[in-house]
Design a protein around this ligand. Structure first.
Ligand SMILES: Cc1cc2nc3c(=O)[nH]c(=O)nc-3n(C[C@H](O)[C@H](O)[C@H](O)COP(=O)(O)OP(=O)(O)OC[C@H]3O[C@@H](n4cnc5c(N)ncnc54)[C@H](O)[C@@H]3O)c2cc1C
Length: 388
């Protein structure tokens, strides 16, 4: 087999890259080690920056998102029993965010890919990268009992944090930066209309809570928990009790519904530098992870492949490597901004240091500053809606 771009991983990064390249008439093969059903059902992100919505729309995958996505013009911050609105649209000269589940984006991208007739192989095994230091890289894998060698011009490592691409880069070349947080998020998907029109980020002395949504009928809710907790220790009534305690304020109650899905996510910050080695280009979670408090992971993944698609198009059409050479540096500038914002939101809103009173006072002071100072609110807003 031969292609121009071998794409490892059919998450948001790999599938978006495949579509952006297809629009430019560039050939790619996407290989994914999970089944289509598994990839389409993986509940994860749901908040999209305006620039990401615009990119997906321009790439021809925005039609259902335009119909079903929920456009939000603000978010709410809650602390000390008070709720304060951050008017994203006004503070950023008209930008908004769109709530549309990652599962739906992935379904739209898979349907578009299959309709294009270009290859997308699920349930591949034994993926190995060869020759990333040479100008003839190759991806070996097995599929339906047959071993394949996929020769290509470049390999896009879009295989997430636990993938095989990043470990292919020699350790002497790769520098990694990590921060583990002493808490996780217990998230549920519930069959109930969201109790609020906009997201509520709540700081509470029992821990952080977030009210989010996936559709007018489905709520997505999170509570801060200890890392490594067993989900079996969290029966539904315990989760709802914590959500009521942490989210409710006088005059506002949280509606309950049937829990459709629940799980615990550890919180981690991680960056690998550089994001390119030879003919291998890392994108999305393969290169960086943010705690979900800033809603940046999926957005960063799409922004990486936007840059990569542009760079590959210029190189494959005109032979210029300038953008390819700038890829890692350009991505990392945005990545570190998002890393800082996600860390900042996380440390501002979660219970830290076992509720150390000094930390609590600092957090409340910071939150009060954000909601009462125009420049501070604008800083949060412009980071939240994303930079173009
Ligand atoms: C609970 C939770 C909530 C989140 N909330 C948000 C949010 O609100 N906003 C936001 O922007 N982000 C959010 N994120 C982060 C977001 O989901 C990720 O950043 C995003 O999925 C990254 O996309 P990706 O394509 O880079 O990686 P992934 O989605 O991880 O996709 C990688 C793909 O590669 C495949 N793969 C792995 N190894 C191999 C291999 N050897 N061969 C072939 N394929 C392989 C995997 O099966 C997977 O399909 C959240 C994440 C979680 C867990």
């Amino acid at each position: 087999m031969r292609t121009q771009v071998a794409i490892v991983g059919a998450g948001p990064a790999g599938l978006t890259l495949a579509q952006l390249l297809h629009v430019e008439g560039i050939d790619s093969v996407v290989i994914e080690n999970r089944s289509r059903e598994y990839v389409e059902a993986r509940i994860r992100a749901g908040v999209l920056e305006q620039g990401v919505v615009d990119l997906l729309t321009a790439a021809g995958v925005g039609e259902r998102m335009a119909r079903e996505g929920l456009v939000h013009e603000g978010i709410e911050l809650q602390f000390a029993g008070e709720r304060h609105r951050i008017d994203l649209k006004t503070l950023t000269s008209g930008k908004t965010i769109t709530v549309y589940g990652q599962t739906e984006i992935v379904k739209d991208l898979i349907n578009t890919r299959l309709a294009s007739g270009r290859p997308l192989l699920f349930e591949v095994d034994d993926v190995h990268l060869d020759g990333i230091d040479s100008d003839r890289p190759c991806v070996r894998f097995s599929h339906q009992g047959t071993t394949h060698e996929l020769d290509c011009d470049v390999i896009a490592g879009c295989d997430g944090f636990h993938g095989v691409c990043r470990p292919t880069i020699p350790a002497r070349v790769l520098r990694t930066f990590t921060r583990e947080y002493p808490f996780g998020w217990l998230g549920i998907l519930a069959n109930v209309a969201p109790s609020n029109d906009e997201l509520i980020y709540a700081s509470h002395d029992r821990g952080f809570a977030l009210l989010s949504m996936r559709s007018p009928q489905i709520s997505r809710l999170y509570v801060q928990c200890r890392p490594g907790e067993d989900i079996a220790d969290w029966p539904d009534n315990r989760i709802w009790e914590e959500l009521h305690t942490r989210l409710e304020i006088p005059g506002w109650t949280l509606a309950e519904g049937r829990v459709l899905e629940k799980g615990i996510t550890p919180m981690r910050s991680f960056v690998a530098e550089p994001m390119r080695h030879g003919r291998l280009f890392l994108t999305g979670d393969a290169a960086h992870i943010v705690p979900p408090t800033g809603a940046k992971g999926l957005n960063l993944a799409v922004r990486d492949v936007q840059l990569l698609a542009e760079a590959l198009t210029v190189w494959l059409r005109h032979g210029s490597e300038t953008l390819l050479d700038a890829y890692s540096t350009s991505c990392l500038r945005r990545v570190w901004r998002a890393e800082h914002f996600s860390w900042w939101m996380t440390t501002m809103l979660h219970t830290l240091d076992d509720g150390d009173p000094f930390a609590v006072r600092l957090q409340e002071s910071q939150l009060r500053y954000v909601v009462s100072s125009g420049p501070a609110a604008t800083s949060l807003a412009e980071n939240y809606v994303g930079f173009d």
